[in-house]
Ligand binder design. Structure first.
Ligand SMILES: Nc1nc2c(c(=O)[nH]1)N[C@H]1C(S)=C(S)[C@@H](COP(=O)(O)O)O[C@H]1N2
Ligand SMILES: [Mo]
Length: 246
């Protein structure tokens, strides 16, 4: 046997071993609810290990919170407003008729007005928005913990994901751990005032434990589901990982 074929045999063996470990990881992970819904193809094992590690060891870990002195003077907004007439009308009405429609695996599906949300539990935190493109800024975010919204709607024990939909066509989803985490906020305030439209007003999902693209602006609908297998996940379409824990 010459050297080249031995090397390629070896390479083949390594590839097979990696694939075997990879599929063992995904099979075990699936069994224990540790596989992200976009796991598949060559990234399956890597995505699963990252997600599983965070879920096993960092389920309750807090995103970093910053001192007030770190709040950016000129935060950068990269999406200004959804270019629709309907949105412009809502804006002219100061979002008095904007609602967040909660549906799916809840006992009481209902639309919640911004006013109603503001009357629920309140949390403020100074955290960073970090874009996958490399920039970030710190701001103070104020809102209603998503956990409080879900509890108010009677979230069912079978619920495993929350999908959120925005007025500009964006959508994304998080697992129930992220949804119930105290820092995940349905945000309506920023730096002491109302949440400006450029930063996602009237309502933005802030998920400070993950990259900026999970913090979807202009949200108008929440779907609580027991599975996301049959849903098209926007991050998959954009080619970003579904789970982007930082
Ligand atoms: N509805 C909506 N939400 C969105 C986006 C968007 O285009 N539309 N862009 C995302 C991306 S990629 C990032 S990094 C952050 C940017 O937040 P910022 O504008 O507050 O800096 O918003 C996220 N939320
Ligand atoms: Mo981004």
């Amino acid at each position: 046997m010459n050297r080249i074929s031995r090397r390629s045999l070896l390479a083949g063996g390594v590839t097979a071993a990696v694939a075997a470990v990879g599929s063992a990881v995904t099979i075990a992970g699936r069994r224990f609810g540790l596989v992200p819904p976009d796991a598949g193809g060559i990234f399956a094992a890597g995505n699963t290990l990252n997600y599983a590690a965070h879920r096993l060891f960092g389920r309750n870990a807090l995103a970093r919170e910053f001192p007030r002195s770190m709040i950016a003077e000129k935060p950068f907004a990269n999406t200004i407003a959804p270019p629709s007439e309907a949105f412009a009308r809502h804006q002219a009405e100061h979002f008095a008729n904007w609602t967040l429609d909660v549906r799916g695996s809840v006992d009481t599906p209902r639309p919640l007005s911004v006013h109603a949300l503001r009357g629920m539990a309140v949390r403020s935190q100074i955290t960073a928005v970090t874009c996958e493109e490399g920039w970030s800024y710190v701001a103070e975010w104020t809102g209603t913990p998503l956990s409080a919204v879900l509890q108010a709607c009677g979230v069912r024990p079978s619920a495993r994901y929350v999908v959120y939909f925005a007025a500009d066509g964006w959508m994304d989803s998080i697992d129930i751990d992220e949804a119930m985490h105290p820092q995940t906020l349905v945000t309506w305030g920023m730096n002491g005032g109302d949440l400006p439209v450029a930063f996602g007003g009237p309502l933005r999902m802030r998920v400070p434990r993950q990259l900026g693209y999970k913090s979807v602006k202009f949200i108008e609908r929440l779907l609580v589901t027991d599975t996301v297998a049959d849903l098209k996940i926007s991050t998959g379409v954009r080619n970003y990982a579904w789970y982007s824990g930082i």
